[in-house]
Design a protein around this ligand. Sequence first.
Ligand SMILES: *Cc1c(COP(=O)(O)O)cnc(C)c1O
Length: 482
Amino acid sequence: MASDDTSAISGRSLQRGDARASDWRYDCLDDAARLARRYLDGLRDRPVRAKAGLGELRAVLARPLTDDGEEPSVIVESLARDVDPGLVASGGPRYFGFVIGGAVPAAVAADWLVSAWDQNGGGFVASPALSVVEEVAAGWVRELLGVPASSGVGFVTGGQMANFTCLAAARHAVLRDASWDVEAHGLHGAPRVRVLAGEYAHVTVGVACRLLGLGQLLDVVPADGQGRMRADALRGALANGADTPTIVCAQAGEINTGAFDPFVDIARTCREHRAWLHIDGAFGLWAAASPRRRPLLAGAEQANSWATDGHKWLNVPYDCGIAIVADPPAHRAAMTSTQAYVPAHADDVPYGFDWTPEFSRRARGVTVYAALRQLGRHGLADLVDRCCDHAQLIAGRLAAEPGIEILNDVVLNQVLVRFGDDDALTNTVIERVQRDGVCWLAGSTFRGQSVMRISVVGWQTTPADAHRSADAIITAARTANG
Ligand SMILES: *Cc1c(COP(=O)(O)O)cnc(C)c1O
């Protein structure tokens, strides 16, 4: 082919590309809104489980990538159609798997706007407005969770990064007190940092330690029958390790039982040994927002740091976690990104990158702001209490059935169920319930036994949903038995 032909072709395609890009409009947002409404309005009635399996989803979704691109509204329409059979109605009223919350309407809508505005939430200079929205949301979160008003707050991706951020601040502080600057020198030659955690600490606490170069959690503190760290065992463990920089990881809301560690005793012991006390309260910390459940957190306000999630019990869309540190200089020292091209800023000007591991970042706190405005103080308390009441309702219905045993004290929103005191039967019942599709819950193991785990964390669940779900579980148990 002659060279002038080639340039003619590329000239033509350049022109065509130009014409197309300048024609791009956002009409597809209307399609997205319509399709999102259709999905959300149907959440209550669709089977909770996904209908399509791995092979079917791959067959539909793995289309060839085009050379010339496609129309936005065609993409939105076919994407919504193609993923539909593989969606799990986890935002709906009868999804009780893992600990996965729904999303309140204002938070979903605000999340869309965050995408439309497409701001870099890393700092005030890049997004003055969203930085202030996050600052306001941080203030509300401090108040509702009952932590010191001066605490540093970082909106991160989830509980994992909230634990990471808090423990980075802890690492800074305990080594600072041992005259070691970990940000400057790292851990090479540093005094050993001792990290203790309860036997039932969430896996993400250990992962955070690993990422921070603190190694595996070697010091495991025994727990009681509900998975609560034993304060006497912590006292014993701390007694032999004087002058070692020490971090203690306690837990508000054990992932199986929902139990709370005895914070009053733990906080006193940590104070006596000058240990940093961190609390992983991914969902349990929100008990603070309910006057009825707040006593479960007695003593928790004395901790040095708290990790929690927005995307679980606060019911904002994925992803949103919150890292809170009572010592803002330690928090900032561990996280801040100072760069020559970012204007120096006074401490009171909001810069997300001072409090999170990210530099560029989504302004995740905006959904928290919207959810809290929709709920209000009473609405949030009511959300927490309703979920706990529904958990209790389901536990009560199941406990009344012969051969079904509730293994935990239902103090919060988590219920642990065992069938016929038998692993195989328990797993069979779980599978049947999942297949049936009225509700969805997962299996777990607790103290070496197979269990069904029910977690109620969504705003949409009603008492009728709780009854309908209990009926489905009881029916599955009866047929599995017979
Ligand atoms: C869910 C959970 C985490 C992890 O949070 P992600 O948001 O999933 O990263 C940590 N700790 C506890 C107790 C949890 O329930």
